[in-house]
Ligand binder design. Structure first.
Ligand code: FNR
Length: 190
């Protein structure tokens, strides 16, 4: 059975280059990983008044995170950090207190921007948040993808061989990492 992987796309833009990157990862995913997006678009802005009674959209979001074995975060960089929409989704998943959906769920962080450092600062911020919610993260290889026109088509075809190789290597080592984390922290039997 492949590991089920929930993919977060940190951008809500119709023309998101990070969505293209996510599509490329899904297209290239190894047989051992079954990837599907966990949408974040419909989550309202979190505040802890919701903890008394999570609305259906929050319950569904937490159920989606619970249903996967591992996570991939494909993040843009906004003002040298992660977009508010992505932070909001993580806040929803981390609560109510004591019901953190991310605990011990292995994750990988990747992202693309036209800038020279290709989301490096946003990824570091995201790693800090993921550490706090107790999600073990793939540390290496890092994947800072500098986007240029045509690098990845809308349907996820990668047009530059070196970028395709980097993504394949990242996916292979991510799969190995997920396998190791799950073997140390197996899910309790239902
Ligand atoms: C950006 N962009 C950007 N790029 C970057 O490399 N570092 C940054 O700090 C920022 N900051 C930033 C802030 C805001 C509010 C916007 C809208 C954009 C440019 C950004 O990388 C570019 O718009 C990407 O296309 C965003 O990714 P998506 O949404 O297309 O996936």
């Amino acid at each position: 059975m492949p590991y089920r992987v929930g993919v977060f796309v940190g951008s809500l833009s119709k023309n998101s280059i990070n969505r293209r990157l996510a599509t490329a990862l899904v297209r290239r995913s190894p047989d051992g990983l079954a990837m599907q997006e966990i949408p974040i678009r419909d989550l309202p802005l979190y505040n802890h008044d919701y903890d008394a009674e999570y609305p259906p959209v929050g319950v569904a979001f937490k159920a989606a995170v619970a249903s996967v074995d591992a996570l991939i975060f494909v993040t843009p960089e906004y003002n040298r950090s992660i977009p508010g929409a992505l932070k909001n989704a993580i806040d929803w998943g981390s609560r109510p207190w004591g019901q953190n959906s991310f605990a011990l769920k292995p994750s990988g962080v990747i992202g693309t921007s036209p800038g020279h450092i290709g989301t490096a600062v946003a990824q570091q911020h995201l790693r800090s948040v993921l550490s706090f919610v107790n999600s073990p993260e793939l540390a290496q290889p890092e994947a800072y993808i500098q986007f240029h026109d045509g690098l990845i088509t809308e349907d996820g075809e990668v047009t530059v061989e070196s970028t395709a190789e980097l993504l394949d290597k990242w996916l292979r080592l991510y799969e190995e990492f997920v396998c190791k984390v799950i073997s140390v922290n197996p899910k309790p039997a239902p």
